[in-house]
Design a protein around this ligand. Sequence first.
Ligand code: DSN
Length: 416
Amino acid sequence: MPSMHLDKVKEFDSELHGMLLREQQRQMDGIELIPSENIVSDAVLEAMGSVPTNKYSEGYPGKRYYGGNEVIDEIENLAINRLKKLFDCEHANVQPLSGSPANMAAYSALLKPNDTIMGLRLDMGGHLTHGYKINFSGQFFKGEPYVLDKKTELLDYDEILKQAKTVKPGVIVSGYSAYPRKIDFKHFKEICEEVDAYSMADIAHIAGLIVGKQHDNPFPHTDVVTTTTHKTLRGPRGAAIMCKEEFAQAIDKAVFPGMQGGPHEHIVAAKAVAFKECLMPEFEEYAKQIVLNAKAMASELMEKGWRLVSNGTDNHLMLVDVWSENITGKDAELALEQVGIYCNKNTIPWDERSPFNPSGIRIGTPVLTTRGMKESESKLIAELIDKTLKNKDNVSAKKRIKQEVKELCQKFVFYD
Ligand code: DSN
């Protein structure tokens, strides 16, 4: 069973050691439903704590600005080649530190300042970095967001094309933070070709589903693809950019020297480990189970009377419209936290409430699936969610539910 190796921390810094153990315990005693989180293997954890953290290696394999990088070059090439294999793409850059800088680098490779970015509106399930006005992406560039169909709560490709013809974007971004359905990357490419825009996909949420063959690959359709590595890919906290060969030089230059300095090669090493795990046949089983679990949870919630955005899910996440039962997203998140079920409040499409206290919660199954839970546990968790929300002000009921949560978790310990 994976575990944190903390002997030296324990010896030197008992104060921090206690905190790290409590966080591990919290992760093990609770049901983590935040769909952008995951828990990593021992091998990924070990690689993150390894000696490449000591090394400066600005540049790329074979072209560094410091000596002593021969082994680092091998590590980075290993990660690059595994990632290219996973997504069948022509070029990969594994240096981006996180999702936002990866998107920044992609835009700076593709666009000039003030060019237009068309991404899904934030409150519809898009991301801050897809052109939102208080983010760099909406300040250095112009955001012209598209929306979801009001009735179906789905992407409306005809409307996206119509809008693109009017606003003439430099890039159209697909890929979302809170969209429970599949994305048609080919259709996005056709729209981009019609309006002469670059196609970009931010697949941070669904990357693991793509490599596990539960969602179509954005390649060969999409020009530039960004992803984080710590969500469904189940790697270290970080990111990567993949692209067609014609964009390779621009992307590499945008990451370094355009955006970043010394890469975090210990994290690149951990990315290499995670990518190897993704290449194993078991990973396809994992991705399949994530979706089966999400579907089981969604149908149980709907059976209990909860409205789900778009009436269900095709992927790893779902949005529950708790306001349709007169509970705010904030109150729902808090009540669930009190029983050890972690999720996040989230706007739903066309939300009339504020993002600080929206109408929905966002839940997903990557973590519980990593812990080995299957459809029956996913249904049980849906029942626990239902019970908690229906008893959100009942302290003794919540105490009992917390105990049930703990008992379930004890059967699926990941770190011991
Ligand atoms: N914070 C991530 C999420 O929760 O979806 C997106 O960056």
